[in-house]
Design a protein around this ligand. Structure first.
Ligand SMILES: Cc1cc2nc3c(=O)[nH]c(=O)nc-3n(C[C@H](O)[C@H](O)[C@H](O)COP(=O)(O)O)c2cc1C
Length: 201
């Protein structure tokens, strides 16, 4: 089959988010100017540069993560893992602005070193970020409701139980990734495989 998304789709549900999948989940915490804490998952999230280390998340409208990051210029991404899947999902609830999703999901805040926003204490990895820019997304028909927040990673937390001979054993953390519909994937040691790049690549 073939369809042109600008004209809709012929399926019961739009398959786009099932096609571009699995997507890593940025579990974004941020504080506003009054110090109120926010936490929510974003699967329009990825690493986009290593020099410097930068990540982005994209918000459909001005959600709290974006609004708080815009206000204080900082955010943190914690890693969502299989053990934390229910808590991660609970933090996507539309709570009133300023009501902490940490408490709502039974999670603990751990202080960050450089930024004010806390990280998820139960998560094995967290990236402290300073906001670099917010890009309003434009499509072929003009402005969308989406905004992409780009942050430079200024601090990295790693639970040393997951370091083996200096290498990160990411599969042992069982990170989860978003597919379409209500589906997720989990990365495990069994599903990991390695391929060397072509010579000269
Ligand atoms: C796994 C998962 C991924 C999500 N990814 C996004 C996303 O990339 N962009 C977005 O705008 N909302 C996304 N959402 C929905 C937000 O998490 C939800 O709207 C949340 O209430 C926003 O919280 P905030 O306003 O506190 O930032 C996602 C939800 C889940 C469960």
């Amino acid at each position: 089959m073939f369809y042109e998304p600008a004209a809709g789709h012929p399926l019961p549900r739009d398959p786009f988010k099932a096609i571009v999948a699995p997507r890593p989940i940025g579990w974004i915490s941020a504080v506003d100017a009054e110090g109120r804490v926010n936490l929510a998952p974003y699967s329009f999230f990825n690493a986009i540069s290593t020099d410097p280390h930068m990540v982005m998340f994209s918000s459909e409208g001005e959600k709290d993560a974006l609004a708080f990051a815009r206000e204080t210029g900082e955010f943190v991404c914690s890693l969502a893992t299989f053990d934390l899947r229910e808590a991660m999902n609970a933090t996507s609830a539309p709570l009133p602005r300023g009501e902490s999703e940490f408490a709502h999901a039974g999670l603990t805040t751990a202080p960050s070193r450089i930024v004010k926003a806390p990280r998820v204490a139960e998560s094995p990895v967290a990236l402290e970020c300073k906001l670099v820019q917010i890009v309003p997304l434009t499509g072929l028909s003009g402005r969308t409701t989406y905004h992409m927040a780009i942050g430079e990673v200024v601090g990295v937390h790693i639970d040393e139980r997951f370091l083996v001979d200096g290498f990160l054993d990411i599969a042992a953390m069982r990170p989860i990734a978003r597919a379409g519909y209500f589906d997720y994937f989990v990365a495990t040691p069994e599903t990991k495989f390695s391929i060397r790049r072509p010579p000269g690549g």
